[in-house]
Ligand binder design. Structure first.
Ligand SMILES: CC(C)(COP(=O)(O)OP(=O)(O)OC[C@H]1O[C@@H](n2cnc3c(N)ncnc32)[C@H](O)[C@@H]1OP(=O)(O)O)[C@@H](O)C(=O)NCCC(=O)NCCS
Length: 286
């Protein structure tokens, strides 16, 4: 059966059918997300064709010894034929060729068995919240620290905070997100940056994330300031189930649980400081 499947590079010429698959799955990405994925890993984004018709996608992104796999989508009419498994094997070979040790992804419940058979194991659960924040208690108390828009000189500190929290050197991804959306830092009184937040547009709501913060004041203040700045729009935010404070804030501001993801890794575990990760960047790259 796999003789009918061919795999080739995914390019920006594929965006219209790739967006259709994304929409059928009910996901939040927009064209800018595909463009960013392809720009970050031009040789590592793949299209699956069944009898010559494009029916499946997968993207990879390499950050030094760690890589992320995302956008694993198969046309509903072509599921259950081994297409996702074949695309995954193809991507794993590509990443092996790049010398990658650890491969990560955020799995839906549909994807989990496919990945488990390929040697991925569950690290933890992420909760996706959605809603239009009401400000809640966050609006009624004085700020705990200063939050302001990211300035060009801030990026070095942000990258250091991010890699200490995530165990991944993903500066080029953060820059690309910064170019596409909004960004804020939280600072101590002496100006030391203790956290940052990025946002980007989505088809069903603004994605808030990553939010990385090393103090409680910075994390809660970033949520507060960003939500006030965004002003009454619908947002989507992915929070680790074990991050009690971030989950509390999401509930306080009136967001509701939409779905869950499983963060999975194949190969050596990554040394993370998950308490500093108040919100994931979204399911594409941790
Ligand atoms: C998850 C998803 C990508 C799987 O795609 P798929 O091409 O159907 O996956 P596969 O065919 O490789 O595997 C799916 C099932 O078909 C079975 N299968 C694989 N090859 C097969 C074959 N040749 N004949 C019959 N069944 C087969 C697999 O054993 C698997 O069974 P199980 O999951 O019930 O244990 C697809 O359901 C999808 O796009 N879902 C929506 C988006 C999504 O959730 N993506 C995952 C993000 S993490």
């Amino acid at each position: 059966m796999s003789a009918m499947l061919s795999i080739r590079r995914l390019t920006i010429d594929d965006l219209s059918w790739a967006m259709r698959l994304k929409t059928l799955a009910g996901w939040n990405q927009i064209e800018a997300d595909w463009r960013r994925a392809i720009a970050l890993e031009p040789t590592g984004c793949f299209a699956g064709e069944w009898n010559g018709a494009p029916v499946a996608t997968l993207t990879t992104c390499v950050f030094g010894p760690v890589a992320w796999i995302a956008m694993v989508l198969v046309d509903p009419e072509h599921r259950g034929r081994g297409i996702a498994t074949s695309l995954m094997r193809h991507a794993l070979e590509y990443l092996a060729g790049r010398g990658i040790a650890s491969i990560r992804l955020d799995a839906t419940s549909l994807g989990r068995p496919v990945y488990e058979r390929l040697g991925f194991r569950v690290d933890r659960e992420l909760i996706r919240y959605r809603g239009t924040p009401n400000g809640g208690e966050l609006n009624s108390r004085p700020p705990k620290c200063e939050v302001r828009r990211i300035e060009p000189d801030d990026w070095e500190s942000l990258a250091a905070l991010d890699s200490a929290a995530t165990g991944t050197q993903r500066t080029r991804f953060l820059h690309a997100l910064g170019d596409d959306g909004g960004g804020w830092t939280a600072r101590d009184d002496d100006g030391t940056i203790r956290g940052f937040a990025l946002t980007r547009a989505g088809s069903g709501g603004v994605q808030l994330g990553p939010v990385i913060a090393t103090t409680e004041a910075a994390g809660s203040e970033l949520f507060r300031a960003v939500i006030i700045d965004l002003g009454g729009v619908s947002i989507v935010v992915d929070v680790g189930m074990d991050h009690i404070l971030a989950n509390q804030i999401c509930r306080q501001i009136g967001l509701t649980v939409e779905r869950k993801f499983l963060r999975m890794t194949r190969g050596p575990s990554i040394n993370e400081a998950s308490c500093a990760v108040w919100a994931s960047s979204g399911p594409e790259k941790g």
